[in-house]
Ligand binder design. Structure first.
Ligand code: DGJ
Length: 716
C-alpha cells in the first residue's frame, strides 16, 4: 500500500483501489479493480490528474466528483450518498475530510469528516481485504441538540466507463435467484427489499460488467449488503459519465432519527470484481473461508424430516427413518416443524417453545437417544421470530407483535412477527431456546423465518422496528452461540429468503431453497453460489417425485446436483428397499470421499453455448484434482451435442478424466462415446479450450467426471 502525496493506493489480494483526496470535500475512488503493481509517486499523482474531467458548456464551473459520500454541495446531481434533514432543514450537507488514517498492515483507510453547520460527523471505513474484496461502511453521528432524521446513507463503488451490462437476480418462494440482465443505460437500476428480510426475490449481488460477461471471462464488478433486514442495491449511470454501484440498508420513514450523540452505522457494503463471475465469486468464498469461525470440520451429511413426515411426528416412524438414515451414511438428523406445543399444522403454536406432551409424552429424549445411539447428531427446527395468534404467547402478550397501527398487519402463513427488539420478548425467546439447548442434546438449530415483514412497528411506541429487530436477532444468535459454543445454526427463511453475509456472521449454513427439484436447483444454486461457498449451502436429495414441482427425477440427477453443496437428504427413506438404500449410500459415499475438495476447492461454472446443457465443477485448491458435472437439462437441437470445456483447471497439469457416476450407455442407434471407452489424459489448458465431446443423454440426466492430475506441483 502506498500513500503518494494526496493519492492513496490500497493493494491487497490482487485488487488495487486508488483514491484521490484532493478533489472535492471527501476522497474519491479513481480506480478499483486489478492490481496495478507498485506505483511511483508521479504515477499515482498522474492517475489522479488523468481521471479529472473538463468543464463543459451548460455544466457546473467545477465538475462534481463522485466522492465516497456524493453530496449536492459539491455539485453531485445523481443519487446522494447521504440524505436526511432536521425537521426539513439542513437537507444539504457538506461533510469534508478532517483526518485520514491509513493502516498499511490491514489495507484499511479511515476517513473522519465533519459538517459543523449541519452538526454531523461521518467516519468512512474502507478496506481491501486479503481476498481482494473492497469493503466500506459509514458511521454518521449527530452532534447537534436537534434530532437528525436520516433517510438514506450508503457507500458507493465507482465503475469503469466500459461496464455496460447489469446482472441481478429476482425470484419467489421455490424459485429464488433467477437471473435477469439489462443494458446499463443512463439512469438508476434499483433493487430494494422492504420485506424485513432480504427476500426470495433478493439479488444477493448486483453486478455490472462489460457486455457479454460470463462466468469464465469478461470484466465484471458486483456489490452486496451484509444485512438481513431491508436493503437497497443500485446501479447508476449519469449523463456526466459516472457509473457506480451502491449497497446499503433501506430505512423506512422515521426509522432512524438520531438524537444528539447517537450514531448510525451502515452495514458493510462489499464489492468484488473479476475477469468473469467465477473469479468475482471466488473472492467472496476466500473471504468467508478465512474467517476464524468458518466451519472447518467435515460438514455432516444431514437428513431433514420435513418432506418425509411433515407435521406427522411419530416416534416409531422417526426412529425407523433415523435407522435408515444412519444406514445410508447420514451424520446429522434434523427434526423439523411440528414438535412444540399445539403445533399440529401451520395455524398454531409459534411462540410456545415447549415440547408438546401430546406428541412427545416422554419429551424428545427417546428420539434423541435413538439418533445419538446410531452415531448421528441431533438437530431441531425453530422459528423464534414468529408468533401464531393461536398460541399461549399471543394470548398473554399481544403487545409483543409487530404492527404499524392498532390493527395487526396482513398475516402470512397464518402467522405474525414477534417484536424481538422488545426486551421482554427477547428475554423470553432467549430463555426458551437456552433451556431447550440445556435440557436436550441438540447440536444444531434449523432457524426458520417464514414470512415477509409488513408494517414492522412497535406496539407501544408506534415506531418502525425493522432495523432494531435485525440487530436483536443478531444479538440473540450470538448470545446463544456464546452460551453453546458447539452449536451450529442454519439460516432458513421459507428456503432462501434470508441469505446474506450479515446472517452468515452468526450462522453456519443457509437453506438454499424449499424446492428440491434438481432442475430448478441448477440455477438457484449457481446464483446463490456466487456469494455462498459450497460447504455452507444446503443441498438435499429429493424423493423421486419432487414435492414442489411434481416432476419425476432420477437419483443420479438429484445427487449430482446436490453434490456441490452441504449434502443432505429430504426423503422418506422408509419407502426404500435394500437396492434403493444402496443407491443412496453410494452417492453419500461419493460426497464424503470428495467433500474435503468440494468444501475447500474453487467452484467454477462453465459458459456453455447450448443453454440446454450445464457444466459446473470444483477444482481442488492445489489443482491436483477436480470434479465436474455435465447435465443435459432438456433436449438439445444439435444431435449429438457439441463439445464442452472444463474451466478453472491448472493449465499446465495433465489430468486423467473418468466418468465416476451417471450413465453414457448407448441408446438405440447410438455408438458408445469414444472417450468413455478409452482413457484420456489432457492438460488443464486443453480441457479448458478444446474440451470433450458431450455425451448423448436423455433430458434431465447428468454424468459426474472425476479428474486427477498425473504430475505433482505445477503452478495452478
Ligand atoms: C419452511 C422451510 O423452508 C421448510 O424446510 C420447513 O422447515 C418448513 N418451513 C416448516 O414449516
Amino acid at each position: 500500500m502506498q500513500r503518494r502525496n494526496d493519492v492513496i493506493h490500497l493493494r491487497n489480494g490482487g485488487t488495487s483501489v486508488v483514491l484521490d483526496t484532493r478533489r472535492g470535500p471527501l476522497p474519491s475512488i479513481v480506480f478499483w479493480g486489478a492490481d496495478l503493481g507498485d506505483l511511483s509517486q508521479s504515477e499515482a499523482d498522474s492517475l489522479g490528474v488523468a481521471a479529472r474531467p473538463q468543464r463543459v458548456s451548460g455544466g457546473l464551473d467545477e465538475p462534481a466528483p463522485l466522492t465516497l459520500i456524493p453530496q449536492e454541495s459539491s455539485g453531485w446531481l445523481g443519487t446522494p450518498g447521504l440524505s436526511g434533514h432536521r425537521a426539513g432543514r439542513f437537507f444539504s450537507t457538506r461533510l469534508a475530510t478532517q483526518a485520514i488514517d491509513l493502516d498499511e498492515e490491514s489495507a484499511t483507510l479511515v476517513i473522519e469528516a465533519t459538517d459543523p453547520d449541519a452538526g454531523l460527523a461521518a467516519t468512512v471505513t474502507l478496506e481491501v481485504t486479503a481476498a481482494g474484496l473492497l469493503r466500506q461502511r459509514i458511521a454518521l453521528e449527530n452532534r447537534s441538540g436537534e434530532p437528525y432524521s436520516l433517510v438514506s446513507l450508503a457507500p458507493t463503488f465507482p465503475l469503469p466507463h466500459d461496464v455496460a451490462e447489469l446482472l441481478d437476480t429476482t425470484g419467489r418462494h421455490l424459485r429464488e435467484r433467477s437471473p435477469q440482465r439489462h443494458t446499463f443505460t443512463i439512469g438508476t437500476h434499483l433493487r430494494e427489499s422492504r420485506r424485513g428480510r432480504p427476500g426470495s426475490d433478493a439479488s444477493l449481488l448486483l453486478a455490472a460488467g462489460r457486455p457479454g460477461f460470463g462466468f469464465e471471462r469478461g470484466l465484471v464488478y458486483a456489490v452486496h449488503t451484509a444485512w438481513s433486514g431491508n436493503h437497497r442495491l443500485l446501479a447508476e449511470r449519469t449523463p456526466t459519465a459516472d457509473s457506480f454501484l451502491s449497497a446499503g440498508e433501506l430505512l423506512v420513514n422515521g426509522e432512524m432519527v438520531l438524537a444528539q450523540g447517537e450514531t448510525y452505522t451502515t452495514p458493510w457494503a462489499i464489492g468484488s470484481w473479476g475477469d468473469g463471475l467465477n473469479e468475482l465469486s471466488r473472492r467472496f468464498h476466500d473471504e468467508l473461508r478465512s474467517r476464524p469461525h468458518h466451519p472447518t470440520r467435515p460438514r455432516p451429511v444431514t437428513l431433514n424430516t420435513w418432506e418425509a413426515v411433515y407435521f406427522d411426528q411419530d416416534l416409531d416412524k422417526l426412529r425407523a427413518l433415523a435407522e435408515r438414515a444412519a444406514r445410508v451414511g447420514v451424520e446429522r438428523f434434523v427434526l423439523d416443524d411440528g414438535w412444540f406445543l399445539g403445533r399440529r399444522d401451520d395455524t398454531a403454536g409459534l411462540g410456545d417453545w415447549f415440547i408438546d406432551p401430546a406428541v412427545w409424552p416422554s419429551g424428545l429424549t427417546p428420539l434423541i437417544d435413538a439418533v445419538r445411539g446410531l452415531g448421528m447428531e441431533f438437530g431441531l427446527w425453530v422459528e423464534p421470530e414468529m408468533i401464531n395468534l393461536d398460541s399461549d404467547l399471543a394470548r398473554q402478550h399481544p403487545d409483543w407483535i409487530l404492527r404499524g397501527r392498532v390493527d395487526l398487519p396482513v398475516s402470512a402463513r397464518q402467522q405474525h412477527v414477534l417484536d424481538l427488539a422488545h426486551p421482554d420478548a427477547w428475554q423470553y425467546i432467549f430463555e426458551r431456546l437456552d433451556a431447550l439447548l440445556l435440557d436436550n442434546d441438540i447440536a444444531y438449530l434449523k432457524w426458520d423465518h417464514n414470512r415477509d415483514l409488513l408494517e414492522a412497528g412497535a406496539a407501544d411506541t408506534g415506531k418502525p422496528r425493522a432495523h432494531e429487530n435485525t440487530l436483536a436477532l443478531y444479538r440473540l444468535l450470538s448470545t446463544l452461540k456464546s452460551r453453546h459454543p458447539d452449536l451450529e445454526i442454519e439460516s432458513c427463511a421459507s428456503g432462501g429468503a434470508r441469505v446474506d453475509l450479515g446472517i452468515l456472521e452468526h450462522t453456519d449454513r443457509i437453506w438454499t431453497s424449499d424446492t428440491l427439484d434438481p432442475i430448478e436447483r441448477l440455477q438457484i444454486q449457481r446464483y446463490t453460489g456466487l456469494l455462498v461457498p459450497a460447504e455452507i449451502m444446503g443441498a438435499h436429495l429429493t424423493s423421486p417425485k419432487v414435492h414442489s414441482t411434481g416432476r419425476a427425477v432420477s437419483l443420479d440427477l438429484s445427487a449430482g446436483v446436490a453434490l456441490f453443496g452441504h449434502l443432505g437428504i429430504e426423503w422418506d427413506l422408509t419407502d426404500l428397499d435394500e437396492g434403493g438404500l444402496d443407491a443412496v449410500r453410494r452417492w453419500v459415499d461419493i460426497h464424503k470421499r470428495h467433500r474435503r475438495t468440494i468444501h475447500s476447492g474453487v467452484l467454477v461454472n462453465g459458459d456453455t453455448a447450448d443453454a440446454t446443457t450445464d457444466v459446473r465443477g470444483v477444482v481442488a485448491a492445489d489443482g491436483a484434482s477436480a470434479l465436474f458435472t455435465f447435465t443435459q437439462v432438456s433436449t438439445s437441437v444439435t444431435y449429438p451435442p457439441g463439445r464442452f470445456t472444463l474451466p478453472g483447471l491448472a493449465p499446465a497439469r495433465r489430468y486423467d478424466v473418468r466418468i465416476a457416476a451417471g450413465s453414457v450407455s448407448a441408446g438405440p442407434g447410438q455408438s458408445p462415446l469414444p472417450w468413455a471407452e478409452q482413457p484420456i489424459r489432457l492438460t488443464g489448458r486443453q480441457l479448458g479450450t478444446v474440451g470433450l465431446q458431450a455425451p448423448v443423454l436423455y433430458p434431465a440426466q447428468l454424468i459426474l467426471l472425476e479428474l486427477s492430475a498425473s504430475e505433482p506441483n505445477e503452478p495452478h
